[in-house]
Write a protein that binds this ligand. Structure first.
Ligand code: CO8
Length: 258
């Protein structure tokens, strides 16, 4: 498929989606969200892809939802259409690991999309924030929920109520991002991480992602029960047999993703 607002590439078993709407700092207009959903659908369906990188430009991962597109919408417009919930949730519903490689601004919906990813790797110049309050709205794609789970109440309130931005160092300190790298090394690092993940067994990777996500959605007892069942299920895969045999035979595992 061809897309107008994103670039799509692959590097071995890694799918790469680059938000590409430079004139608006990758503001997430409806068409861009549709493109993003289409690319994720393609990578999700492709058994040759084991992990996905979502990135933007050096200046902006994404500066939020498109304010100019939203500004004349009424309550009835956004309520009756359930304003683009479906498309936006596509990142969060992706079963394969998605790594956000963030340089520059990740604001509003941009920060929310980054938080829908599984790992955020930040360039030193990355800036995160939920400035919706300055526009007379509140975050609408998980900013009050995922940010609070990631950072805790005090920091989330600080960001959501003031609309201020935090830099990469603060974001790493409070646990939003997993690592910070110099801007020129961002893709190299993201590809190394994604490549490593994609070299693992695909079904086992999906088990692991789904199990970690359970920690945010259920009680400890239920989460542990779910993990145990997925652990048992791992023994139904060819890759469990290969992974353990390879260890015993002192050779690298050759996963079949089965
Ligand atoms: N929407 C539309 N256009 C934008 C956006 C945006 N979010 N951000 C930047 N642009 C445009 C600018 O209007 C400008 O266009 P033009 O050249 O035609 O004037 C161009 O991008 C470059 O921007 P700036 O000149 O402003 O660049 P600066 O380097 O001076 O400033 C900033 C960069 C600080 C990032 C600034 O552009 C800014 O504050 N942008 C808006 C940030 C913001 O408020 N984001 C939140 C938007 S609301 C939101 O995301 C809600 C999500 C809800 C999702 C719900 C789903 C269900």
């Amino acid at each position: 498929m061809t897309y107008e607002n994103i670039l799509v590439a692959r590097d071995g078993r890694v799918g790469i989606i680059t938000l590409n709407r430079p004139k608006a700092l990758n503001a997430l207009c409806d068409a861009l969200i549709d493109d993003l959903g289409g690319a994720l659908d393609e990578f999700e369906a492709d058994e040759g892809i084991g992990a996905i990188i979502l990135t933007g430009s050096e200046k902006a991962f994404a500066a939020g939802a498109d304010i100019k597109e939203m500004k004349d919408r009424s309550f009835m417009d956004v309520y009756l259409s359930d304003f683009i919930t479906k498309g936006w949730e596509r990142v969060a519903s992706c079963r394969k690991p998605v790594i956000a490689a963030v340089a520059g601004f990740a604001l509003g919906g941009g920060c929310e999309v980054a938080m829908m990813c599984d790992i955020i790797i930040a360039a030193e110049n990355a800036k995160f924030g939920q400035p919706e309050i300055t526009l007379g709205i509140i975050p609408g794609a998980g900013g009050t929920q995922r940010l609070t789970r990631a950072l805790g109440k005090a920091k989330a309130m600080d960001l959501v109520l003031t609309g201020r931005m935090m830099d990469a160092a603060e974001a790493e300190r409070c646990g939003l991002v997993s690592r910070i790298v110099p801007a020129e090394k961002l893709m190299e690092e993201a590809l190394a991480v994604a490549g490593k993940i994609a070299s693992m067994s695909l079904p086992i990777t999906l088990f692991a992602k789904e199990s970690v996500n359970r920690a945010f959605e259920t009680s400890l007892a239920e989460g542990l029960r779910f993990e145990r069942r997925m652990f048992h299920a791992a023994f139904a895969t060819e890759d469990q047999s290969e992974g353990m045999s390879a260890f015993a035979e002192k050779r690298p595992a050759q996963f079949k993703h089965r």
